[in-house]
Ligand binder design. Sequence first.
Ligand SMILES: [Zn+2]
Length: 250
Amino acid sequence: MVVALVLILGLVVGSFLNAVIYRLHAGVSFMKGRSYCPLCKHDLGWRDLVPVISFFMLWGKCRYCRKGISWQYPLVEIGTALTFLALYWRFDLSAEFYVLLAYASLLIIIFVYDLRYYLILDRVSIPAFCIAIVGSLFVLDISILSLVIGVAIGGGFFSLQYAVSRGKWIGGGDIRLGAVMGAMLGYQKLLIALFMAYVLGSLVGVGLIASHRKGWKSKVPFGTFLAAATILVFIFGDRILDAYTTAISF
Ligand SMILES: [Zn+2]
């Protein structure tokens, strides 16, 4: 029963995140106004807005202009629902669970936005940073010291790369995302997440180059990997940390 509710919540939030991503890109306020088709601007009714189901009922086409709707819509809805479910599996209905839902939602926006537009918006990362400081200090078990070191390492690591490459490898958005990650995770889990992001990035990169879909010099949406790794560490971080401490104590 709770599982079904968490899934539905994930689908609804995913649908909202899609709207936020669209409106951030189009530069419209996301607090007011009805949902409309991005292609023909026709207002959408409730039948067009049921997460995932509407997309498949309409065969992926707008009811009014018959143009194709992006796969981003159902994929983000399903991805958000699965993320919420994994967090529920890991944290039950604890206070941590709700804080991590908020963190994951913000990271999903960053994940999709960087993947599509190669940009990490300050309008997302700055509020995320503020929310993370409050959530991590007051709800999650992260000490002030761990948070400060995490923010310093996260921001510093990318600032250094930014300085060395003169902004060619990464953008300023990555520096701010690094700080957000530090605030959300504390420094120990931040290190795991950074490592994981590089592993994920290399695996996907090698795959894309091998399949000739990208060349060596293609732009990399690194924020996408950082966001994905951070969410994975929310779910598996404690286990990885436990395994690691057990391993080095032998
Ligand atoms: Zn339309």
